[in-house]
Design a protein around this ligand. Sequence first.
Ligand SMILES: [Zn+2]
Ligand SMILES: [Zn+2]
Length: 261
Amino acid sequence: MWIDSHCHITADEFQEDRSEVLERAASAGVETMIAIGAGYGLEHNERALELAARDPRLFATVGVHPHDAEQLDDEGRKRLRQWLRGPRVVAVGECGLDYFYMNSPREIQREVFAEQVALAREIDLPVVIHLRDREQDAYRDLMEIWKSEGGGKVEGVLHCYSHDLPFARRAVDAGFHVSFSGILTFKRADELREVAAALPADRLLVETDAPLLSPEGFRGKRNEPARVRSVGEVLARARGRPAEEVARETTENTRRFFRLD
Ligand SMILES: [Zn+2]
Ligand SMILES: [Zn+2]
């Protein structure tokens, strides 16, 4: 059994056949999925809540993606707080810093991320973190904001990890969990597989980030939660462990991190 710790099942790409997609996940042994509310505009948070309320396989997160940081106004802040009180909401996010695409100005990204870390601390929820940069700036800024707003009292997962080993080690030392996506399966991702092999087993999660990032063999196609299995199998191979063991560990880690029980 696997858990997809990060998918955008609210996306329009799943509007036509969402129930079949969820069935295929179940058949592939993916029993639970975390429906990320942020990333497709603020209103998808509400969709994630609605889907999780109707389907016991789904839990929801609520937040503002760094791409959308500039769009957050006071009305949005009010709604965010409301949504976060909803049932089956297990985390704030995905939120963070994306200096690669820079769809919102850096300063605003930092402010909106800091705000959400403070909010997570206030309401006692873990944080799903999106982090991307060509340089080291976003990684440095994360650690700064985490210290000032989280104050050692918030848990975070670095979703879709694709950065280097030194930073992964620093992050694990700072208490973060690390989640791997289909990128881990790409032919040229040897370096990332070395990162995945070197981290402690009790900090690892797997995800699809569907509908994006289909694993090797499905690249260019719409991704779906059933394929988290391919990510997990590659993770197991990279670590030289049986897939069943990695499935059990990542499932336990995910349940503990999001406090699903
Ligand atoms: Zn992301
Ligand atoms: Zn995402």
